[in-house]
Design a protein around this ligand. Structure first.
Ligand SMILES: *Cc1c(COP(=O)(O)O)cnc(C)c1O
Length: 224
């Protein structure tokens, strides 16, 4: 991806976010655009950084460890979020590397993250991932399990600030976004991580504070 291409794509996505925010009577500044750079080569990431993007997301701890330390040394103002499933034995590494983790989804991870935060002294912002379409193959806690998991996390003094979801593919996402918004309100959580390349404007009209956009910024992925 050339610098011009990166700038054009970034402009387009920002414009759509601003348009959707306006429609909903929200401020575009209240929506964080996370550029999901999983599987993308360093050159494409560098092009987007040159175009002004500063917030990125990865879905694998190992890949992020390989890719980001050097880039962040060059650009200390970059923020990095984890948006993929997290194994408990990688909680320490994740807490060291990421500024936010969007995939808290089970009690064992509450324990692991609490330990990792104690050990590292870092407290990345957390989102509880909800399996909003009750799909067996997907990560996220069941809707019915959310109150208990949230109580667990709050009991462990974890910085839970919002909810995250990946709605079922191939159907209208709006009802799922609306439901996640209602769950967040009911539980007093201010942040909503929802919306990907196919549906981020819809997510913004329904209250997303964080949209996770990959292919609309980088072009199609080779894999993953
Ligand atoms: C890959 C990924 C995205 C971005 O997907 P696109 O459709 O390429 O925008 C967002 N969220 C999560 C959790 C992902 O794994």
């Amino acid at each position: 991806m050339t610098k011009d291409e990166a700038a054009r794509r970034l402009d387009d996505v920002r414009g759509r976010i601003a348009g959707a925010a306006r429609t909903a009577g929200r401020k575009a500044d209240d929506v964080a655009l996370i550029a999901i750079s999983k599987t993308q080569p360093a050159g494409a990431v560098a092009a987007l950084i040159a175009a002004g993007q500063r917030l990125f997301g990865e879905n694998r701890v190992q890949e992020a460890q390989d890719k980001w330390p050097a880039l962040r040394e060059a650009h200390p103002d970059i923020g990095l979020h984890l948006v993929g499933q997290l194994q408990s034995n990688k909680a320490d590494a994740a807490v060291r590397l990421f500024d936010a983790i969007h995939s808290l989804d089970r009690p064992s991870l509450v324990t692991a993250l609490a330990r990792a935060m104690d050990a590292t002294g870092r407290r990345p912002q957390l989102f509880i991932q909800v399996n909003i379409g009750a799909e067996p193959q997907k990560g996220g806690c069941a809707i019915a399990g959310l109150p208990a998991l949230l109580a667990d996390a709050r009991g462990a003094d974890l910085p839970v600030a919002g909810l995250m979801c990946v709605p079922p593919a191939g159907v209208e996402a709006a009802p799922y976004f609306a439901l996640l918004g209602k769950l967040a309100r009911d539980h007093g959580l201010p942040l909503l991580s929802m919306g990907m390349s196919d549906d981020y404007p819809t997510a913004v009209t329904l209250g997303a504070t964080h949209v996770r956009v990959g292919s609309a910024l980088f072009g199609a992925r080779q894999q993953g």
